[in-house]
Design a protein around this ligand. Structure first.
Ligand code: THU
Length: 123
């Protein structure tokens, strides 16, 4: 799948977002090295900080099926990932990150740690 295709699939996944508070729908699609694709969307909560971003929903879904860091080839996201999600993408060693910029172009970073200078890991 190309970056454009992965982001297009994430845009479909965003339709399932549960975002009654912000009305801002986010989608994320993981492409696993075994060829599987796993979609996620943001899931908000009335206690606002408890909401979950689309990227984390997708990774948590994958993790619950046995996926481990190093198994994810790429992620497509409908928008630039927040700082917290960048730490998740780093932890999960996502090799390539695509997202839709505000001007419509596709951003392409490899690996995810490129989005997070001087990454932190447990010593
Ligand atoms: N959101 C994501 O799903 N991913 C991000 O990387 C940035 C923000 C969601 C969280 C919240 O549901 C909504 O966007 C507005 O902040």
């Amino acid at each position: 799948m190309t970056g454009e295709q992965l982001v297009a699939r994430a845009e479909e996944a965003a339709r399932a977002a549960y975002a009654p508070y912000s009305n801002y729908r986010v989608g994320a699609t993981l492409l696993l090295k075994d060829g599987r694709a796993i979609d996620g969307c943001n899931v908000e909560n009335a206690a606002y900080p408890l909401g979950v971003c689309a990227e984390r929903t997708a990774i948590a879904k994958a993790a619950s099926e046995g996926v481990r860091p190093g198994d994810i080839e790429a992620i497509g996201i409908t928008a630039s990932p927040c700082g917290g999600c960048r730490q998740w993408l780093h932890e999960w060693r996502v090799e390539r990150v695509y997202f839709r910029r505000a001007d419509g172009s596709i951003a392409d970073y490899a690996p995810a740690s490129e989005l997070l200078p001087d990454t932190w890991d447990l010593p």
